[in-house]
Ligand binder design. Structure first.
Ligand code: IMP
Ligand code: MG
Length: 172
């Protein structure tokens, strides 16, 4: 912890939400071999915990997009997608994202992935900040809805800081 941060969702509450999401996914994908695609870096902790809780033969891959750097708001432009190594053709893909804010990043990415012709494409998001939405986004599996405050911890950073806090925190 840090004097700049205030716990909003505790480690234990996160654990319960992850278990609930894993159970929902398990039920929906029974008999399938879903491919989880995490968006780096923010989703790395969520992906590690979620993937271990889904009692199915899941596969994982990661991609990277542009980052905020030292700013607290998205530039509105998304750079290229880096690192996808798995063919998505005919796969049941679930995108794993840390937070949806304006929706710019994820809507770009879902369009990009849809063009790779997966059998199905769903979105699992830990945190949703709907008050800031500019682009409509369908979230299939959601952890928590959060207020319009800047959030760090459990994978989320501010200028690469606070990313490894075990709790989800507000940053002053
Ligand atoms: P969007 O394109 O505005 O929806 O921004 C989504 C991306 O911005 C997320 O993948 C995060 O990496 C980052 N982001 C948005 N809100 C926050 C926040 O409160 N804390 C940390 N990162 C955030
Ligand atoms: Mg992100």
């Amino acid at each position: 912890m840090d004097s700049q941060t205030e716990i909003f969702i505790s480690e234990n509450e996160i654990k319960q939400a992850v278990a609930r999401l894993a159970a929902e996914i398990e039920q929906d994908y029974r008999g399938k071999r879903p491919l989880l695609i995490g968006i780096l870096k923010g989703s790395f902790m969520f992906m590690a915990d979620l993937s271990r809780q889904i009692n199915l033969p899941v596969e994982v891959d990661f991609i990277k997009l542009s980052s905020y750097g030292a700013a607290k708001e998205t530039s509105g432009r998304v750079k290229t997608v880096l690192g996808l190594t798995t063919s998505l053709k005919g796969r049941d893909v679930i995108v794993i994202e840390d937070i949806v804010d304006t929706g710019t990043t994820i809507s770009f990415l879902m369009d990009y992935l849809q063009k790779k012709k997966p059998a199905s494409l769903k979105l699992c998001v830990l945190l949703d900040k709907p008050s800031r939405r500019q682009v409509p986004v369908t979230i299939d599996y959601l952890g928590f809805t959060v207020p319009d405050k800047f959030i760090v911890g459990y994978g989320l950073d501010f200028d690469e800081k606070f990313r490894c806090l075990p709790d989800i925190c507000f940053l002053d």
